[in-house]
Each structure stands twice: as C-alpha cells, then as structure tokens.
Design a protein around this ligand. Structure first.
Ligand SMILES: Nc1ncnc2c1ncn2[C@@H]1O[C@H](COP(=O)(O)OP(=O)(O)OP(=O)(O)O)[C@@H](O)[C@H]1O
Ligand SMILES: [Mg+2]
Length: 262
C-alpha cells in the first residue's frame, strides 16, 4: 500500500461571502497521480492556492509525508518539496528561458532572484544552471536554453513552466491544466512525461481534458461548487449521477475535450 504524500481534510475557504471550498478532503498517495476535475469555478485552483499558501483556509488540516502541520507559507514550499505550475503559462518575459527555470529554485518566488544569486558564489550559480539545464532537457526543451519566453511557441512555454516546477526535485508536483491549449501530440508526450515523473514524486493534476485525465490518473476527485462530489477511479466517478449532473449542467467549457468520456 502507498502511504500518503499529501492529505487534506475538511478544507474550507471563503472569499468574502462566497464559499469557494466546503469541507474538501483529498489524499495524494506517494508515487501516484490524482486528477482533480470539475466545471469552471468549482474550486480546483483554490485547492492549489491553499496548498501553496497563497490563499488562507477558514478551516481544515494539512498532512504532508505523514506529518500534520500548518498549511505551508509560500517560502516554505521548496523546503517541503512542493512545487506547482500556474494555470496558463506564467513565465517571466524579462528573464531568459534558462533563468525562468532557475527561478523555480527560489525560496521566495521573486523574479529578481536570478539577479540576486549572481552575487553568490560561482559554484552555487553553476550548480543551479546545471539543474535548470537538466530539467529543461528532461522535458524535451534542451534546445530552448538561451531563448526568450516571447519567442516560444505555446507548447514550448508550457514545457519551460514544467521544467521550472521540476528544478527543485519536488516530492509533490501540482499541475494546473498542463494540457490546456496543447494539440494531441503534445498531450501524448506530456502523458509519457507524467508517467515517468510518477516514479519520482506524487502528482496532483487539475485538468479539463478528461481523456488525458483518464489516461494518467490513478484516482480522480470531482469538485462542483466547492464541494467534493465524488472520488475513485475515473471509470467509477464518471458513472456517478452527481458528476454527470455537474457536467451536463455546465456549458461554459463545452468543447469535446471537457465532456465526460463515454
Ligand atoms: N482570489 C479570489 N478572490 C475572490 N474569489 C475568488 C478568488 N479565487 C477564486 N475565487 C472564486 O472561487 C471560486 C473557485 O475558483 P477557482 O479558480 O478555484 O475555480 P477552478 O475550479 O480552478 O475554475 P477553472 O476551471 O475555471 O480554472 C470561483 O467562484 C472564483 O470566482
Ligand atoms: Mg482553475
């Protein structure tokens, strides 16, 4: 049996009077891929924001690698072994591709980090450059080193964003819509990468492409209006009446990829 890398219990979050999450519990076993799905506005990104300390929870508990602790602050994430990608791309246009990946190792997530570390010993910087190059190569982006983010195709930008999340060797990787906007070939390559990554870390993945979610996820949790309405294997949850209703009741992401598979 896998032990859990992350366990969230009874997480609730509100923004003003709006309840974004209500009593959400979620476990990500080690070396597994957990898909977090649900219609637009269901609260998926808010779960990531709580785990990464960007949003404060009203209540709920956080357990990481078997140890209960407070929800992390953003500057504690790298030390704990948690990294994420942002919904969209989120690269810094004033930094090179390599520097964008190096920023992933920044404990304080400051875009001027690379400039700051230039004041550190050459050895430290060389080590970071080597790790960033390795991460880029690993995602198939070796040829992108030295390019500027503005020159990259959208799939290459997503590759760089993934490399930035990997540069610290996370134990929990959170991917927010990694397949969004990609064509089938790039989605297939991403699925291969994620299967390899699972040997190194636990992965929590938010995604609207349900075929992709079905292919890569060991289990799936479904949110709707901030509540967990189902969890289990993809094939189990897709038969759940509450899940079917949640998807049929929403027409905002009605392209083929975001419908539940047959
Ligand atoms: N910082 C914020 N301030 C106020 N409301 C917010 C904030 N972040 C999210 N919300 C609200 O919380 C709810 C959940 O949003 P969230 O971004 O988590 O949804 P999501 O499931 O990621 O949606 P999508 O699939 O469109 O990315 C929405 O009603 C959203 O408008
Ligand atoms: Mg979102």
């Amino acid at each position: 049996m896998n032990s859990s890398q992350l366990a969230l219990s009874n997480l609730s979050v509100s923004f003003g009077g709006v309840k974004a999450l209500t009593d959400v519990s979620l476990t990500v076993p080690k070396n597994s891929v957990v898909g977090l799905i649900g219609p637009n506005g269901a609260g998926k990104t808010t779960v990531f924001n709580c785990i990464s300390g960007l949003v404060k929870s009203d209540s709920g508990s956080f357990e990481f690698d078997g140890v209960k602790r407070a929800f992390p602050k953003p500057h504690e994430l790298v030390g704990l072994g948690i990294t994420r990608t942002l919904q969209g791309v989120g690269l810094f246009n004033d930094l090179s591709v390599l520097q964008n990946v190096m920023v992933g190792a920044d404990k304080k997530y400051r875009p001027n980090f690379v400039k700051e570390i230039l004041g550190l010993s050459g050895k430290t910087e060389a080590n970071l450059v080597r790790r960033a190059e390795e991460a880029l190569a690993w995602v198939g982006g070796a040829s992108l080193i030295g390019r500027e983010p503005s020159e990259l195709s959208y799939p290459d930008s997503k590759r760089v964003a993934l490399a930035r999340a990997l540069v610290t060797n996370p134990t929990l990787l959170m991917l927010d819509e990694p397949a969004a906007g990609l064509g089938q070939d790039d989605i297939d390559s991403l699925a291969v990468l994620i299967r390899q990554l699972k040997k190194r870390c636990a992965i929590l993945i938010v995604e609207h492409h349900v075929d992709f979610v079905r292919e890569i996820s060991d289990s799936v949790s479904v949110l709707n209006f901030g509540k967990l309405i189902a969890s289990g294997t993809y094939d189990e949850v897709k038969q759940n009446p509450a899940v079917i209703e949640a998807y049929l009741g929403h027409s905002d992401k009605s392209d083929e990829n975001s419908k539940l598979g047959a």
